[in-house]
Design a protein around this ligand. Structure first.
Ligand code: C5P
Length: 224
């Protein structure tokens, strides 16, 4: 067994975007580099955790030392998450597409003089919400992210309750912040105890701080 405060713990991290195919050459997706999720997984490994890293097609390379599960779509991500359970804690850093095509075309859609294609959407599963509401397999600590462009605190606080997770890591991704795709992040940790804003720092430093907090929370839960 390794050393560190998370030795012997199994944790799950989702990261990156999902890609929802429209046809074989096109997809819809959210903007996500996967940087914060990768950094977090690395920080958890550094504390001795066994980490299952479920990632969509991210821009950054996956972390080393994890059990890597690569997926494309939200439905695949949900299946991979369910297969990874049980875990002690689950952190949902992925930017999952809210919608997929009601039925993706298996042939490339062609331009036509008959007009524009009409795309019909279907709702994707909310993985965070589903795991938060699980019965016996619910991880002891479930952490979600909230990328907001306005009323960050208010929206993220409401999101914590709506999703049923323990913590929300809220960040302001309005374009002026340069956070999206950048090296830094400024987050607020929202828990039942309230909101705690951390100073702006590198995504690696946010990851290290969050990993420490997760280790402390799991330690406290165990000694209850
Ligand atoms: O509702 P919203 O997308 O803003 O919620 C963000 C949080 O929920 C993130 O932690 C994200 O990983 C998670 N999520 C999810 N499955 C979805 C949508 C979001 O796990 N379909």
């Amino acid at each position: 067994l390794g050393a560190g405060p998370l030795a012997g713990r199994r944790l799950l991290v989702t990261s990156g975007p999902t890609h929802e195919p429209i046809d074989p050459v096109r997809y819809i997706a959210n903007r996500s580099s996967g940087a914060q999720g990768s950094a977090l997984a690395r920080a958890l490994v550094a504390l001795g955790a066994e980490v299952v890293f479920v990632t969509g097609p991210a821009e950054v390379p996956p972390p080393e030392g994890v059990e890597l599960v690569k997926v494309q779509t939200a439905q695949q991500m949900l299946a991979a998450v369910e297969a990874a359970l049980p875990v002690d804690a689950a952190i949902f850093a992925a930017a999952v597409a809210d919608w997929r095509m009601a039925s993706a075309s298996d042939r490339k859609l062609k331009k036509s003089k008959d007009g524009l294609p009409v795309l019909e959407f279907a709702e994707n599963p909310d993985i965070l919400k589903q795991v938060s509401h699980m019965g016996k397999d619910r991880p002891a600590l479930v952490v979600g992210f909230a990328a907001e462009t306005d009323d960050v605190l208010e929206n993220a606080t409401a999101k914590r309750l709506r999703k049923g997770c323990d913590w929300i890591i809220a960040n302001d991704v309005s374009p002026a912040t340069g956070i999206m795709g950048g090296a830094e992040n400024a987050v607020t940790l929202i828990s039942e105890a309230g909101a705690e804003s951390w100073p702006r720092m590198g995504k690696d430093a946010v990851a290290a701080m969050l990993a420490e907090r997760i280790a402390a929370a799991l330690g406290a839960l165990q000694s209850q």
